[in-house]
Design a protein around this ligand. Structure first.
Ligand code: ADP
Length: 221
């Protein structure tokens, strides 16, 4: 856990509580943390889940490896120290999203167990749910898929510190959800996560209807 640098800083509570925010959204904020090898299917599942949640009127937001590295973490590389800081910052961002009432769908290789455990601890301390989803497939399958051509580059020595090639991946020992993407369909995977969210009271399924009046009201406000 990073040390507190600034002194004389205290958390300021407002008049609206987390529960107030959750009640407006009719859902509980939480972090769904997808971890696994590059190409295992983290982003694919997060995108499909975001869509499925939208269909039932639930607000989610994807925090995705590359997107985050193009913004808040643009000053970080792939050394062990930078990967650690990458995950720490994302953990803090996900926690804020959860506190706001959003289901954050975080897709990061996050290869080190200690770093993921720190994010879990951060959520535990804040009283927010942290759902670790192990997006599991063999290195051979991930490499065969190679959706971004990165394994090819790593094998050719053009990328250093690539997880699975010349950097380790530490699998979760007790993830809340374990998906085997080399023998499940994306639809099955999404359903498993949805069932978990419903089973744990994070979302209550309800029909979502957005009328033309709703759209017009937002557009004219
Ligand atoms: P990651 O985000 O883990 O790096 P991606 O989601 O970008 O991985 O890529 C995974 C690739 O594997 C995609 O091309 C996807 O279509 C494919 N794929 C095949 N079967 C599955 C599955 N069951 N679940 C998820 N992805 C799958």
């Amino acid at each position: 856990m990073a040390n507190q640098k600034a002194t004389n800083v205290t958390w300021q509570d407002g008049e609206i509580s987390r529960e107030d925010r959750f009640s407006i959204l009719r859902q509980r904020g939480a972090t769904i943390w997808f971890t696994g090898l590059s190409g295992s299917g983290k982003s694919t599942i997060a995108i499909a889940l975001e869509h499925a949640l939208f269909q039932i009127g639930k607000l989610s937001y994807r925090l995705d490896g590359d997107n985050v590295r193009l913004g808040i973490n643009k000053n970080l590389g792939f050394s062990e120290a930078d990967r650690k800081e990458n995950i720490r910052r994302i953990g803090e961002v996900a926690k804020l999203f959860g506190d706001a009432g959003v289901l954050s769908l975080s897709s990061f290789i996050s290869p080190y167990k200690a770093d993921r455990d720190e994010v879990r601890q951060l959520h535990d301390q804040a009283g927010l749910d942290f759902i670790e989803v192990f997006v599991d497939c063999s290195l051979a399958v991930a490499e065969e898929r190679d959706p971004k051509g990165l394994y090819k580059k790593a094998r050719a020595g053009e990328i250093k510190n690539f997880t699975g090639i010349d950097d380790p991946y530490q699998a979760p020992s007790k993830p809340e959800i374990h998906l085997h993407t080399d023998r499940m369909t994306v639809e099955e995977e999404v359903q498993i996560v949805l069932d978990h969210l419903q089973g744990n009271g994070l979302i209550v399924k309800q029909p979502f209807t957005r009328t033309e009046d709703d759209v017009a009201a937002v557009a004219s406000s």
